[in-house]
Design a protein around this ligand. Structure first.
Ligand SMILES: NC(=O)c1ccc[n+]([C@@H]2O[C@H](COP(=O)([O-])OP(=O)(O)OC[C@H]3O[C@@H](n4cnc5c(N)ncnc54)[C@H](OP(=O)(O)O)[C@@H]3O)[C@@H](O)[C@H]2O)c1
Length: 251
């Protein structure tokens, strides 16, 4: 099935099963399909939360404004719920953030934030920001929790919501015996356990699946609670596992 049809089908199913947040980005090259899938669901626009992101080649004040308008056009909306800087590109972060603040003040996006910002990027941003980022979207799961704790603590202290991307470790750890053992205790799958862990940490979580049964499975995380003891075990599974790109060394 072509990628755009697959995206359409999964969004359609996700919305029918109660999902209301769709995370996209310029670099995913699917904003048009995301917009049309949302429109064809007939769910009122204001009931769906759409995040998209500014790509690395669009940094700088004017470039960022232009890139935002193009995303808006591709999505076919008149506003975006949350617009993020995708990656802390060195050199133009301040100008770019100023552009996002302008878009926010003009009401073109309801919230603005960042992604892949580590502690030092956030400190820099907090030094000049007039609008505090609503979120920081970073890779988060038990296998990287401890090495991200400084960043998480700064987010929490500054009122920035950590959003956990790759919360399922891209599937890498879903057959890990300890994870399977804890999940079985709650009669849940490892994927559900990881999503619930993120929620109990106070994070937002954005799991992905192109399999409808898994999309449905990943939603069933609101009918159980991980005990404090098991949270402690999960909190200490650190392996510095970065499944995608690692922003720690980005200057
Ligand atoms: N800001 C950033 O830089 C950034 C970077 C990476 C990701 N993200 C965002 O985060 C989202 C999720 O991250 P991700 O795709 O990297 O990783 P993920 O959600 O941790 O894992 C996705 C993988 O897990 C599998 N999976 C999903 N549910 C499952 C289940 N219940 N049981 C078994 N396997 C399951 C999927 O397989 P199938 O699809 O085959 O079912 C897929 O291979 C992305 O879609 C994107 O929106 C953002």
């Amino acid at each position: 099935m072509p990628a755009n049809q697959q995206t359409q089908k999964i969004i359609d199913n996700a919305l029918r099963h109660g999902y209301r947040h769709i995370d996209t980005a310029t670099i995913y090259h699917n904003e048009e399909t995301v917009g049309s899938a949302i429109r064809s669901s007939l769910i009122p626009r204001e009931q769906i939360f759409v995040t998209t992101k500014l790509w690395n080649s669009d940094h700088g004040y004017d470039h960022a404004i232009r890139a935002f308008n193009k995303s808006l056009e591709r999505l076919g909306f008149d506003y975006i719920d949350l617009y993020l800087i995708h990656w802390p590109v060195t050199g133009k972060r301040k100008e770019t953030w100023k552009a996002l603040e302008t878009l926010y003040k003009e009401g073109k996006c309801k919230a603005i934030g960042v992604s892949n910002y580590m502690h030092h990027h956030l400190e820099e941003l907090l030094g000049f920001a007039e609008v505090i980022p609503a979120v920081n979207q970073i890779e988060l799961h038990p296998y990287i929790f401890n090495s991200r704790i400084e960043t998480i603590d700064l987010c929490r202290a500054s009122g920035i919501l950590p959003v956990a991307y790759s919360p399922l470790t891209k599937g890498i750890k879903l057959r890990e015996p300890l994870l399977m053992k804890i999940a079985a205790k709650y009669e849940k799958t490892p994927a559900q356990l990881l999503i619930r862990w993120a929620l109990q940490q106070g994070f937002s979580a954005i799991p992905k699946s192109k399999t409808i049964a898994r999309v449905i499975e990943n939603m069933k995380v609101f009918d159980f609670k991980i005990s404090e003891t098991d949270m402690e075990v999960l909190n200490n599974m650190e392996e510095n596992l970065v499944t995608g790109w690692d922003p720690s060394d980005a200057l």
